[in-house]
Design a protein around this ligand. Structure first.
Ligand SMILES: [Ca+2]
Ligand SMILES: [Ca+2]
Ligand SMILES: [Ca+2]
Length: 271
């Protein structure tokens, strides 16, 4: 189990940044210079304290580790957790798995996305290694997104998802956006919400890292513990915008730019 405090998390991201361009200079990620630096070391500092504590408790005890009820767990995306070439369930920690799905819902490859400025987990294929949304995909109208599913073996409260490469004004005044759907232990949908620069828990369009293209921590509000979480992109501007025609040349075989982002980290409280 990796425990990372927000500051260490921020520093880990900052260390990977070679390009500190202003967002307004580079509103489109395809205009950025891709950089392939892969400093794979995550930064841990045992002296850092967590910002939040949660007093909620339950009688559930973990025998397989030393975590205690109510403890806040912070996980950062790193390439080293990916096994089996990113196919199937990946163990992000002892309790948390992450898995990728294609536009059509079939199994995809989870990748550690390093194509642009903000590095994080995404889905191989389609437009980028980010989680990509399409209206038209390979000649068919799909109105669908690649998807990442994060599961919490023992449930999670007070979840904060940190997204990356989320363009604040890309394609629409509300920019690139996504949505999340939360499920209970039986797989019933119990919560949902939206993801975008507007939804940063630091304030509208306030980045966790000012030099990022779009790293935002977003609180996922649920009054019940979540056992799994589906994360998808939506059309630009929470689905209110239209795709852009771009000069892409990739496997999707079309020219659509739309919302896409990756997953930089997640924090939650144990039950
Ligand atoms: Ca993708
Ligand atoms: Ca995009
Ligand atoms: Ca993006």
């Amino acid at each position: 189990m990796k425990k990372l405090a927000p500051l260490a998390f921020f520093l880990a991201i900052s260390m990977n940044l070679f390009f500190a361009c202003e967002e307004s200079d580079l509103p489109q990620e395809e205009e950025m210079i891709a950089q392939n630096d892969e400093d794979e070391e995550s930064t841990t500092d045992p002296n850092e304290s967590e910002d939040n504590t949660d007093d909620s408790n339950s009688e559930e005890e973990e025998s397989e580790n030393d975590e205690t009820s109510g403890t806040e767990i912070s996980l950062i995306a790193t390439p080293d957790i990916i096994s089996n070439n990113g196919i199937g369930l990946q163990d992000w920690s002892d309790e948390v798995t992450i898995e990728a799905f294609k536009i059509d819902g079939s199994q995809a490859t989870l990748v550690f996305d390093t194509e642009f400025r903000d590095e994080g987990f995404g889905v191989a294929g389609a437009r980028w290694n980010q989680i990509d949304y399409y209206v038209m995909y390979q000649g068919a109208e799909v109105n669908a997104s690649e998807k990442v599913v994060i599961s919490f073996e023992d449930g999670a409260l007070d979840i904060t998802l940190t997204v990356g490469m989320m363009g604040a004004n890309e394609g629409h005044p509300d920019g690139e956006t996504g949505k999340w759907t939360g499920f209970d232990q039986e797989g019933n949908q119990i919560a949902e919400g939206v993801l975008g620069a507007n939804d940063s828990n630091l304030g509208k369009e306030v980045k966790l890292d000012g030099d990022s293209y779009g790293i935002y921590p977003i609180d996922l509000e649920s009054n019940q513990p979540l056992y799994s979480l589906e994360i998808e992109a939506t059309g630009f501007g929470y689905g209110n915008g239209d795709p852009e025609n771009r000069n892409y040349n990739n496997e999707s075989g079309n020219q659509e730019n739309n919302s896409d982002f990756n997953i930089v980290g997640i924090s939650y409280s144990k039950l």
